[in-house]
Design a protein around this ligand. Structure first.
Ligand SMILES: C=C(O[C@@H]1C=C(C(=O)O)C=C[C@H]1O)C(=O)O
Length: 154
């Protein structure tokens, strides 16, 4: 059987992953341009961490795709029922929840909030487009007033 590249399970004697290497943590794997432009060696540990970062980025893409699949369904439901694209009260609950989760996970709560708002803005843009496609203007975004987390510019 032929192993996939990068699995480290090939039958030859040459390990194809740094973590399969008999060398220690200080081992260097390859060469890249350094700050000065000359070739610099990359520690095997850096390559290993980057592989994990790449896996996480791939997972994020899949998670985001699933989130947008769901928010598109919400957008179509809202358009069908004449509901406004944005729901500031719901967003305020999400922000409070995510800030608390972030604090527990030692992630900056301000960053978590900004990231959610970035996503939500894009979702609302999609919802407005769906409402336009499915007949006429979307209803106003509010409930108006002093709803926490509401962005009056939207
Ligand atoms: C998805 C919705 O629409 C908007 C987008 C939200 C989101 O992306 O989480 C949350 C609230 C709404 O402003 C919803 O109302 O549930």
């Amino acid at each position: 059987m032929t192993a996939a590249p990068g699995t480290g399970t090939g039958s030859d004697d040459t390990p194809d992953t740094p973590d399969a290497s008999p060398q220690g943590d200080d081992a260097t794997e390859t060469q890249v341009p350094g700050a000065s432009g000359e070739a610099a060696e990359v520690p095997a540990e850096l390559l290993e961490i980057r592989r994990s970062i790449d896996n996480i980025d791939a997972a994020l893409v899949h998670l985001l795709a699933e989130r947008f699949n769901n928010t598109q369904r919400v957008g179509r439901l809202k358009a069908r029922h004449g509901l406004p694209p944005a729901d500031p009260a719901r967003e305020a609950l999400q922000i409070a929840r995510l800030r608390s989760l972030a604090a527990g996970a030692r992630l900056d709560p301000d960053f978590a909030e900004k990231f959610l708002q970035f996503l939500v803005e894009e979702v609302i843009r999609h919802h407005r487009a769906i409402a336009r496609e499915e007949g006429g203007a979307a209803p106003a975004d509010a409930p108006d007033g002093d709803t926490p987390g509401e962005d009056p510019s939207r």
